[in-house]
Design a protein around this ligand. Structure first.
Ligand SMILES: [Ca+2]
Ligand SMILES: [Ca+2]
Ligand SMILES: [Ca+2]
Length: 126
């Protein structure tokens, strides 16, 4: 039981955003976070589930509701990480830019390339 709880906590940490949203990660890294993201409850997080999670994360971070994320709205984001994610250089992250950056993390963590993240893969990624 303890092992599973630990794995779930690690998955939650990855899903909420290890690089872009450390603050949100701290707020949301609990066990229910993984259950929320794993919509079909199969113990794996697939790209669709991950994408929905990113949309929720972006929605909550977008203080002025304009659909774009600025450095102000991601106060804890590393400026270098933000700039790398801002592909068109307009100083804001569109939903596409935001999710693209997060899917880079997903692909890195998905070591067997089967398109889903197991808790073991998240564990190894960290
Ligand atoms: Ca905004
Ligand atoms: Ca942009
Ligand atoms: Ca995998």
């Amino acid at each position: 039981m303890l092992e599973r709880a630990l794995a779930v906590a690690l998955v939650a940490t990855l899903l909420v955003g290890a690089t872009l949203l450390p603050d949100a990660r701290a707020q949301m890294a609990d066990q229910s976070d993984f259950a929320t993201t794993d919509l079909n409850d199969d113990g794996q997080v697939d790209r669709e589930e991950y994408h929905r999670r990113m949309m929720d994360t972006m929605f909550f971070a977008d203080d002025d509701g304009d659909g774009m994320l600025t450095p102000d709205e991601l106060p804890d984001a590393d400026p270098g990480v933000f700039q790398a994610a801002d592909r068109n250089g307009d100083g804001m992250l569109s939903p596409e830019e935001f999710t693209d950056a997060r899917f880079d993390d997903f692909d890195t963590a998905d070591q067997d390339g089967n398109g889903t993240l197991s808790s073991a893969e998240v564990d190894a990624w960290r």
